[in-house]
Design a protein around this ligand. Structure first.
Ligand SMILES: [Zn+2]
Length: 296
């Protein structure tokens, strides 16, 4: 098992304190993650620092300049700067090639439109002295036109695939990011974290996990990861479809009040006891004869 780590939604207006916490943890364990930088962030949901709030005495230009200086320094230290979209505004309801979400900044748009948009974003990063060759699609949504445009612009990889090992599609390396959280699964996977959204327990969970799995962490490295890759095949298509079906089923279960009630009602300290309770109480799940305590 090899694990990469990616931090999404890295912008000048991200939550600086939370980013500092997350960064501190990877520094402590000498891990060089992938940073998904939004070149021209227009997504208000990602603005955790309000420009009108005085920015701790900085003006907007200073804050942006400082941010990109920090990113250059981290890139020089071995962190991978990925282009995380261009504006991070979802323009279509396409679910792209992976069907993880049905919104996209790129998928569904004409090739030329995608090429222009991607180029504008890449140029912003390049003009700030960064060298993005890895692409991180907002919402994990991209289509074949996105891949072709990325290839045209000199990108060599995307940090998304729902398979156990990397594959190459349209000349672009796809590094698995199976959205399995901290579950250990075979092959290669990327843990995807959003520092803006992290709470106290998330930082603790990250540090706990890293401290016990440090030797499994690797950084993005095209030359070594392309050696593990194969050409995209029908088998990959089936694996990805199965992964999405399982994920949707898990989400449905997580969102179902009846199942939530059943899972808590049948919880027990020992695994054997828990499963025995679950079997015995199974009929309750199939009928409406249960007490919905979730509304109380
Ligand atoms: Zn994002």
């Amino acid at each position: 098992m090899k694990i990469l780590l990616r931090f999404d939604d890295i912008t000048p207006y991200m939550d600086q304190d939370k980013w500092a916490r997350a960064h501190g943890i990877v520094q402590k364990y000498d891990i060089k993650p992938i940073l998904g930088v939004v070149p021209d962030c227009r997504d208000e949901n990602l603005n955790m620092v309000c420009p009108a709030d005085g920015l701790d005495g900085n003006n907007e230009a200073d804050l942006t300049a400082k941010f990109f200086a920090d990113m250059r320094e981290l890139e020089a230290e071995g962190y991978t700067i990925a282009q995380h979209g261009t504006t991070h505004i979802y323009e279509t309801d396409s679910s792209g090639l992976l069907h993880i979400n049905s919104f996209s900044e790129f998928a569904g748009l004409e090739y030329d439109v995608q090429l222009d948009k991607l180029k504008r974003g890449r140029d912003i990063l390049v003009n700030h002295g960064l060298n993005p060759v890895l692409f991180m699609a907002p919402g994990h949504t991209f289509d074949l036109n996105t891949l072709r445009a990325l290839k045209e612009l000199g990108f060599n990889a995307v940090t998304d695939a729902l398979t156990a090992f990397p594959y190459v599609r349209e000349g672009i390396l796809h590094i698995p990011c199976r959205l399995a959280g901290y579950d250990r699964i075979k092959g290669i996977d990327t843990i995807c974290l959003h520092p803006n959204m992290m709470e106290e327990e998330d930082f603790a969970e990250l540090e706990n996990f890293i401290s016990s799995h440090r030797e499994e962490f690797i950084s993005y490295d095209y030359d070594s990861q392309i050696k593990l890759a194969h050409d995209y095949s029908v088998a990959d298509r089936i694996t990805e479809a199965r992964t999405i079906l399982a994920r949707n089923a898990r989400n449905k279960i997580a969102n179902s009040k009846r199942i939530a009630w059943y899972m808590s009602y049948t919880n027990a300290e020992s695994t054997a006891k828990k499963w025995a309770k679950r079997l015995i109480c199974m009929p309750l799940l199939l009928t409406n004869k249960y007490r919905d305590t979730t509304n109380e």
